[in-house]
Structures are given as structure tokens and as C-alpha cells.
Design a protein. Structure first.
Ligand code: SF4
Length: 224
């Protein structure tokens, strides 16, 4: 039988993708000037949050100098800054900032995960690397069984629909990607689509902060 301890230990010690394992170690060794005093995590990053959560949020991957440095999902990078600020606004986090593992952040009824657990060069994982990592996501979803799933960006959206049948035992039609779309089919959980809250998407104007907030406002309304 699967357990959280078993799953997270396997994730942290995983070496299935040699390209990524050597990249995250190299980033951890070279560091970024601003974080030169940090002891980088430099290993695959497990999920973070409430293990009985109704809301599951799936992102792309740890950021090279974010979660790959701090060892916690969405911690220490621009995407995490916005996500946690919004989660706090809608009651899913006890504070609006996420800077390090020991910052006292607690998520309420919410769990954060990623399509792959090792930071990829240029945020571009290979299809084979996503496939390698999917087993962990399947196991995580089976352990949590969330009622609401927010997919941050296209890679999370593609990954989730690829593994859907392995988690739930039945297939569903994949909707067209559209920011803000809420989708449910038969006995599936509610699936909510949004652009990724990356700095790039915000800089280019693809995602405005208020549009990202609206997604979580809708989730909160759905939850009743
Ligand atoms: S991306 Fe996933 S499967 Fe690949 S090495 Fe990292 S943890 Fe393992």
C-alpha cells in the first residue's frame, strides 16, 4: 500500500532523468549571486500542503532558483509570490508570502504539486521527463482524491489529461485550453484552467493579477 512517506522519499531520491538531475545539482553548486549564502536544496521537490485538501493545484516544475533552492514547491520565486498571495486572499493559506521552508506558511484545504519535480533548463522539460515523473503525480492524486483541481498553464493541463484515466479509472474528453474554464465530466473532479502565474506571462500581459485572482474566487464559490 502506498504512503506519503514512501512517495516523498522516492521523489527526493529519484534519478530517473539524468539530464535534470545533473542540471539541478549544477544550479545548486553555481547558485545565483543574490542567493550565494543559501545552501540550495538541489534535489527533486515533493508536493506541499494539506494532505486532505479538496483543492489540488498543479504547476509546471520547481524554479531553478526558487523551489530548487528552498526545497518547497512555489517557494522563493515570482510564481510562488503571486500564487501564495492569492491563496491567502481566499483563505487557503495562513500568510501571504512563501520564502523558505521554515517561514511558518501553512496551506489550508489546498495542496501544491508540479508536473515534474526537478527544475528543467529554460523551464522546458522533455516529453520523456514528464512521462518519467507522471507516476508520482498519479500516486499523489490517488492519495488525496481532491474535488477541485486547478491546472496552471498548458504543461500542467496536458500532463493532467494524459494521466487522468490512470488516476480515476475512466477517461474524459479533454476540453480546449481556455483561461478561467471550469470543466467537469461524469464523476470527474472540477477541473479549472488558468495561465501559469509566471513572471513571463505577467510581463507579457498574458495574465493579469486580477484575472488570476478571479480563478480562485470562482473556486471558492464552487466550494460553497
Ligand atoms: S523529473 Fe521526476 S522522474 Fe525525473 S528525475 Fe526528477 S523526480 Fe525523477
Amino acid at each position: 500500500m502506498d504512503s506519503w512517506d514512501k512517495l516523498n522519499s522516492e521523489i527526493i531520491n529519484c534519478t530517473r532523468c539524468p539530464r535534470l538531475v545533473s542540471y539541478i545539482k549544477e544550479v545548486a553548486r553555481k547558485k545565483k549571486k543574490a542567493f550565494s549564502k543559501w545552501e540550495y536544496w538541489g534535489k527533486p521537490v515533493p508536493g506541499f500542503g494539506d494532505r486532505k485538501a479538496e483543492l489540488f493545484i498543479l504547476g509546471l516544475a520547481p524554479a531553478a532558483h526558487g523551489a530548487n533552492r528552498t526545497g518547497r514547491m512555489f517557494t522563493g520565486d515570482a510564481s510562488g509570490d503571486l500564487l501564495v498571495k492569492v491563496l491567502h486572499k481566499y483563505g487557503f493559506a495562513n500568510k501571504p508570502v512563501s520564502v523558505s521552508k521554515d517561514d511558518g506558511l501553512m496551506l489550508k484545504n489546498c495542496y501544491l504539486s508540479a508536473s515534474i519535480r526537478c527544475a528543467p533548463p529554460n523551464n522546458r522539460p522533455l516529453a520523456s521527463e514528464i512521462r518519467n515523473c507522471s507516476e508520482y503525480l498519479i500516486r499523489e492524486l490517488k492519495l488525496i482524491r481532491p474535488k477541485y483541481i486547478v491546472l496552471l498553464g498548458r504543461i500542467a493541463y496536458d500532463t493532467f489529461f494524459k494521466i487522468f484515466e490512470s488516476v480515476y479509472g475512466f477517461g474524459i474528453k479533454k476540453p480546449k485550453f481556455e483561461h478561467g474554464l471550469i470543466y467537469k465530466s461524469n464523476n470527474s473532479p472540477y477541473i479549472i484552467l488558468t495561465y501559469h502565474p509566471s513572471q513571463r506571462n505577467r510581463r507579457t500581459g498574458r495574465l493579469r493579477e486580477e484575472d488570476f485572482e478571479d480563478v480562485f474566487k470562482k473556486v471558492k464559490e464552487l466550494m460553497g
